[in-house]
Design a protein. Structure first.
Lengths: 545, 368, 364
């Protein structure tokens, strides 16, 4: 009693505040519950949340450009895409280094594929340049080995660019001793020879991953010579002189030798390999997609594009996605509507039949589940095509002229018919299980109160079946939105959905970024509709049984 | 009230040789004949499966009679669809529409009758007030207690002022106290409004306290149709005797019948005098029935002409207002005697040998 | 010291056990008659020679590019050798998903000593591709629906007056665009330079537009033979092997229109990053499966031309019949008077762009 009159908190028998001991008791309970559902939680996380997260990430991710052409991107930052001029020699010099380094790891063609999505022609431009660019480095290689044969060996490079610590650690390393120590650069070299150190870092990484020979024993990539020449030409003599280590003298003499050598024009070399490099569009594309993240896929997915002067609509003949989104949405609604129209009476009959009869009918409803999708779709072809069963019957009955047989397939009608058939069980089942729970007494009550059959149905039965309609409609609609096999087979050109394009980009064009963006938008559209449904009907008004 | 007997006056509802079969093999209702006068409160009482609901459903129009005719106010209704019969109905589980508020539920029958809004509102309010639920118009049925739902169901069945109301075990789901209260309310309303009521129940107390007439159903037939007092005091056959109230039975054979006295030889040889109800000739097996409260254990209080028998006390149960004593009488171990807990009443001990007695007119010789 | 010897012993044991039990070799192909021809021509003979090798088929070639990429990203490679069409091999090679190889090191020379590189010649369209067969995309027509003058020119496809009725075309721009330009008066040599421009693309689409409402667009190779068999279309494009089956094996009233057929290749790629031991087995299998006799054998089972020059003279009759294969070979001189070679470089660049326009045009 004194506890009640106390202003302080309620206390449990052992004196701890009641709230606290309650929380402790509940926590233990919650933990136990969590442990029980942990397998499912992990399963859902791994199979559902992670892929969706990955998809969302892919739809904006664009690191491939800056990863592959780091130096080029850096130098391209100062270039004005509207200048009407292609970038200057410095950018091309960086491009030469980046490109050869990328080609050593075959990354240039990947980048070409990526940029080709934005600008057709980039794919072959990169592939072709990958073959040609090698010569640039080979020429420099000749020059350097002309100065001193030692340049042709890996050792000289390791000594020039590696830190003393790394050199000591990697000394005497053999492949049996596990992975080679990780490369670390000599500080002065990093400062004076940034391109070379950058390329060498990749070189050391590849050698290390290969694991057969130490970096110091591996034949240097030709691009290293190119990079070093570039670095020497732009570094101050003092900075070069500051580089110590065993290869210091080698470097000094090479620097001296280079100063008298004829400078080459990277720009001319690249343009000679492929005219594409003289094209303004090539560079505008590279610059526009230089960022680590891009809205490009999303823009593309809604028929927009990023030009030099901001975002604009795509040309008419390339606009397709918005139309497909719209078509997907309204056709899915129509299909859902058809399912409802056909499914409601069936569910009603099922719910009101004797159990034994209902079970037999239920098997008929479920039958479509047990036949393969392709078989069902092919059956529709046999039925609906112009020389098909339905047309034959109509012609035989004289309802249709033989010369003007109806087009029932390879159009929207075909998609609607076939999809309705496939999705019907998803409408009937929830409807049935909800109707099963509506006691017949309600209808009788309504009639005894004076309602006609129709009024009794419409005012009393129907409102109570709405949760089933909601569940069925949501199921059908979401399934319809994601279907692509059936529309592909029976939809012709007018009956295909956005999912068909997503499938195309996943399996054919490999443009997973765009596929992910389209998928993300579709997901957003579904969530939006879900939200609207919740606002209008109320989501607690959905019952699966 | 007492003047209302079945068949008296102009019948409002009539069942004539009505039969019903669901499966074409067995008759669920066998040759039902029943007439209900206007304003009468008739209860159908009977064990589960005896066909009560089926009769109600035929009357309401949800089932069709396999044979025979049902007439309402003199007109056959076999071909009138349910919604045109104008019969109010209270269902076993109320069947209040869950997606409508209480007021909407009540307005529903008025709406479908195209009654104008203001008129409608007034009637709904009146009906709600009538069942003392005036404040609950805006609630959903799920937000009401069982008794409240029951009252709403009643109000809904009455709001469109039907002349006939059918109620199928409306109080089945309620607790005892609430049930008793509702029994009172229903009879009060029915009589105040002068409505003809057909009421179905399992519960004999309910049937006895509420009705003008009770029809006892068994096996698709009406076993007895009578006012409650008659039913209790003068059961027409052993089914009714056993079904209504508590009853002691002794098996025997009729020795002879003289006037309104039948001499019955009980199975242990003892001869007793009884009132013959449905025995007609000597030699017939009979079931003799005596109400426990009509048995006297105090010899001093035995009236003249009473018949006495030896008995052994087996069990004595104290029940507050009464004592319930189980005896062995004429070979029957289950002979119950109820005595009032009066100051001069004796409390018998098990093992005690006593003598009991009753008046011949309280002892009824029924069919075996 | 001790540990290493134990390890070595264990390894030796494992290897011995491995040698005794069967080694799996997972081949990815297209299923159907084509896969069967591979099975008969080289997989079964190889297994007969190597009882310890168990060849498993996976009919995933249609999705090979996407699946291989997914496997690569997941770091879980379950395939050993993948059959893809040449265009897909470009993607795989560009993406670094397929292994680059040296033809003369990996493949057998011709019986007369010609090096593999020369024997395959230009069919090796990129550094990763090991071609097996030459197939063509061409037209078939219903012999009973074209009157007395069957179509003999590709432009008959666009001639609705001469050949009324529906046609089936593949639901993608490749090949259709070329045919359209050719029949719209563009010289064969200029086609790709025209098609690289927006105007050229619109011109091709406009030409296709003249028959658009009479076209049923197909996406599976089996569609056209079926549509022809059902009489749904008068003529339609598909792979020549499919038409061969319909004509020879199912006796359908179908004729071939070889004019302007488009040659392409089908062949193997080796997935990049295959472990050493599996790679060794794959190489051994490939050396056998791509030799002159094996490729010639394949043509006994399906009407696709062997990719090796040296195999051509060895092509004979359809297995178990006396039907001469030559007239059904796309490479037969009588059939190959006017052919296109699938332009891989061009389509690698323009496929996505033109496809987007093509699909927009289709849907519009
Ligand atoms: N729809 C029906 N189909 C078949 N038989 C039925 C049907 N409804 C009732 N019956 C059968 O008819 C008989 C009488 O049923 P009814 O419902 O009338 O009994 P009741 O007297 O109302 O019983 P309770 O007191 O248990 O409600 C029962 O044997 C029952 O099994
Ligand atoms: Mg009942």
């Amino acid at each position: 009693m004194s506890d009640m009159t106390d202003t302080g908190p309620m206390r449990a028998a052992d004196g701890t505040p009641l709230k606290k001991s309650l929380a402790r008791a509940l926590r233990r309970q919650k933990l136990r519950a969590l442990a029980l559902i942990a397998p499912l939680l992990i399963f859902v996380l791994v199979t559902f949340v992670v892929p969706i997260g990955d998809m969302l990430f892919r739809s904006v991710e664009n690191q491939i450009v800056s990863d592959t052409l780091p130096n080029t991107i850096q130098r391209l930052a100062g270039w004005n895409p509207d200048s009407g001029e292609i970038p200057d020699e410095a950018v091309f010099a960086a491009l030469a280094v980046d490109f050869q380094a990328a080609a050593e790891e075959k990354n240039h063609t990947k980048l070409g594929t990526r940029l080709n999505y934005e600008n057709p022609g980039m794919s072959s431009l990169f592939r072709k340049t990958g073959r040609g660019a090698d010569d640039i480095g080979k020429n420099f290689q000749k020059t350097f080995t002309g100065f001193d044969k030692a340049w042709g060996k890996g050792e000289a490079w390791a000594a020039l660019l590696g830190s003393d610590k790394w050199l000591a650690a990697t000394e005497g390393w053999t492949k049996d001793a596990g992975p080679e120590p990780k490369f670390s650069a000599r500080d002065e070299a990093e400062f004076a020879l940034p391109l070379t150190t950058g390329v060498y870092r990749s070189f050391a990484r590849v050698a290390r991953a290969d694991g057969k020979k130490a970096a110091a024993d591996t034949k240097p990539w030709p691009v290293l010579f190119n990079a070093l020449a570039e670095d020497i030409s732009s570094a101050s003599p003092e900075a070069i002189a500051a580089i110590g280590g065993p290869s210091a003298d080698l470097l000094k003499s090479a620097a001296q030798g280079l100063s008298s050598a004829e400078p080459i024009s990277y720009k001319d070399t690249f343009v000679a390999i492929d005219k594409g490099w003289a094209d303004l569009g090539t560079w505008q594309t590279i610059q526009a997609y230089a960022g680590d993240y891009t809205p490009g896929y999303f823009l593309n997915a809604v028929d927009l594009e990023k030009g030099t002067d901001g975002i604009k609509k795509r040309p008419d003949q390339q606009r397709i996605y918005l139309m497909l989104f719209w078509r997907t949405i309204w056709m899915s609604m129509l299909i859902t509507g058809c399912c409802l129209l056909l499914g409601y009476p069936v569910a009603w009959i099922l719910a009101n039949l004797r159990a034994s009869t209902a079970n037999v009918l239920m098997i008929l409803v479920l039958l479509p589940f047990w036949t393969s999708l392709l078989v069902r779709t092919s059956a529709w072809k046999v039925l609906l095509q112009q020389q098909g069963v339905i047309n034959d019957v109509l012609v035989w009955l004289g309802l249709v002229d033989d010369a003007n047989r109806l087009v029932l397939i390879n159009n929207q009608f075909g998609t609607i018919v076939a999809m309705t058939h496939i999705l019907l069980p998803f409408m009937i089942l929830p409807l049935y299980s909800v109707m099963k729970t509506i006691p017949p007494a309600y209808l009788r009550a309504a009639k005894s109160l004076g309602a006609t059959n129709w009024t009794a149905f419409w005012r009393v039965y129907f409102p109570q079946s709405v949760p089933g309609i909601g569940a069925g409609a949501i199921l059908c609609y979401i399934l319809a939105i994601g279907y692509y096999i059936t529309p592909e087979l029976v939809g012709g050109t007018q009956g295909v959905f956005i999912s068909n394009r997503i499938a195309f980009h996943i399996s054919s064009s490999l443009n997973w970024g765009l596929a992910a963006a389209l998928g993300a938008i579709l997901l957003g559209a579904v969530l939006l509709l879900y939200y609207v449904y919740d606002k209008i009907v109320g989501i607690d008004n959905v019952k699966l049984g | 009230m007492a003047d209302v007997t079945s068949g008296a006056g102009a019948a409002f509802v009539e069942f004539e040789h009505v039969q019903k079969s669901y499966d074409g093999e067995t008759l669920v209702v066998k040759d039902l004949n029943l007439s209900i006068a206007k304003g009468e409160f008739l209860t159908m009482l009977g064990p589960s499966g005896s066909g009560k609901t089926t009769c109600l459903m035929m009357l309401a129009g949800f089932e069709t009679a396999t044979h025979g005719e049902i007439k309402l106010a003199g007109k056959p209704i076999n071909n009138i669809p349910p919604h045109k019969r104008g019969i109010g109905m209270v269902f076993q589980n109320y069947a209040l529409f869950p997606h409508m508020t209480v007021a909407e539920n009540l307005a529903f029958p008025l709406e479908v009758r195209d009654i104008g809004k203001s008129d409608r509102d007034a009637k709904v309010k009146r009906a709600l007030d009538m069942v003392q639920m005036g404040k609950f118009g805006g609630r959903r049925p799920a937000q009401l207690s069982g008794g409240q739902q029951q009252r709403i169901a009643l109000a809904r069945a009455l709001v469109f002022e039907p002349e006939l109301v059918l109620m199928d075990e409306p109080l089945g789901a309620l607790d005892k106290q609430l049930r008793e209260h509702m029994q009172f309310e229903i009879t009060r309303l029915a009589h105040n409004l002068g409505i003809t009521t057909v009421y179905v129940t399992h519960d004999q107390t309910e049937a006895l306290t509420m009705s003008d007439n009770v029809a006892v159903f068994d096996d698709g037939r009406i076993q007895q149709l009578a006012p409650p007092a008659v039913l209790y005091e003068e059961p027409a056959n052993s089914f009714v005797a056993q079904f209504i109230g508590e009853n002691n039975t002794l098996m025997g054979t009729v020795k002879e019948i003289k006037g309104d006295i039948a001499v019955v030889a009980l199975d242990d040889g003892e001869l007793i005098d009884c009132k013959p109800v449905n025995v007609s000739k000597p030699g017939e097996r009979t079931r003799v029935s005596i109400r426990p409260e009509r048995v006297e254990v105090n010899k001093a209080r035995l009236q003249k002409g009473a018949h006495t028998l030896k008995a052994e006390v087996l069990e004595f149960i104290y029940m507050g207002d009464i004592f319930r004593t189980r005896l062995r009488v004429a070979g029957n171990d289950n002979f119950i005697v109820k005595t009032r807990n009066a100051p001069d009443q004796v409390r018998m001990q098990p093992g005690q040998q006593i003598e009991i007695g009753w008046l011949p007119q309280d002892c009824r010789a029924l069919d075996a | 010291m001790k540990l290493t010897s134990i390890l070595a012993a264990t390894t030796a044991l494992t290897m011995a056990a491995g040698a005794a039990s069967a080694v799996d070799l997972t081949l990815v192909s297209w299923g159907g008659a084509y896969q069967k021809s591979q099975l008969k021509a080289y997989a079964e003979p190889y297994m007969a020679m190597h009882p310890d090798v168990n060849i498993i088929w996976d009919e995933s070639s249609a999705e090979a590019v996407a699946k291989l990429r997914a496997m690569h990203e997941a770091g879980n490679l379950t395939w050993d050798l993948v059959d893809v069409d040449a265009a897909d091999s470009f993607r795989l090679c560009d993406e670094g998903l397929a292994l680059e190889y040296e033809p003369n090191d990996l493949l057998a020379p011709a019986p007369d000593g010609t090096s593999a590189a020369d024997d395959f010649g230009a069919q090796i369209v990129n550094a990763c591709y090991i071609p097996q067969i030459v197939y063509s995309t061409t037209f078939g027509y219903r012999t009973d629906m074209v009157g007395d003058t069957p179509p003999s020119n590709i432009c008959d496809v666009f001639d609705l007056e001469k050949y009324p009725g529906k046609r089936s075309l593949e639901k993608r721009p490749i090949n259709n665009m070329e045919w359209a330009l050719l029949c719209d008066g563009v010289a064969k040599d200029d086609i790709y330079s025209v098609l690289a421009t927006d105007e050229g693309q619109q011109q091709a689409l406009a030409k296709l537009g003249t028959i658009k409402d009479q076209v049923i667009w197909w996406s599976a190779g089996a569609d056209t033979p079926q549509l022809l068999a059902d009489g749904e279309v008068v003529m339609g494009s598909t792979y020549n092997g499919r038409l061969f089956s319909a004509i020879v094996e199912q006796n359908q009233p179908i004729g071939m229109l070889w004019d302007a057929q488009v040659f392409s290749f089908d062949g193997w790629v080796i997935p990049a990053d295959l472990p050493e031991d599996r790679l060794a087995l794959v190489k051994d299998f490939l050396f056998f499966a791509t030799d002159t006799q094996r490729l010639a054998d394949q043509a006994k089972y399906i009407s696709y031309g062997p990719a090796r020059a040296s195999s051509a003279p060895l092509v004979g009759k359809l297995d178990g019949t006396d039907i001469d294969m030559a007239p059904y070979m796309p490479t037969d001189p009588a059939n190959a008077q006017n052919v296109f070679y699938y332009n891989f470089e061009f389509w690698a660049d323009y496929r996505d762009d033109i496809d987007a326009k093509f699909q927009a045009w289709l849907a519009g």
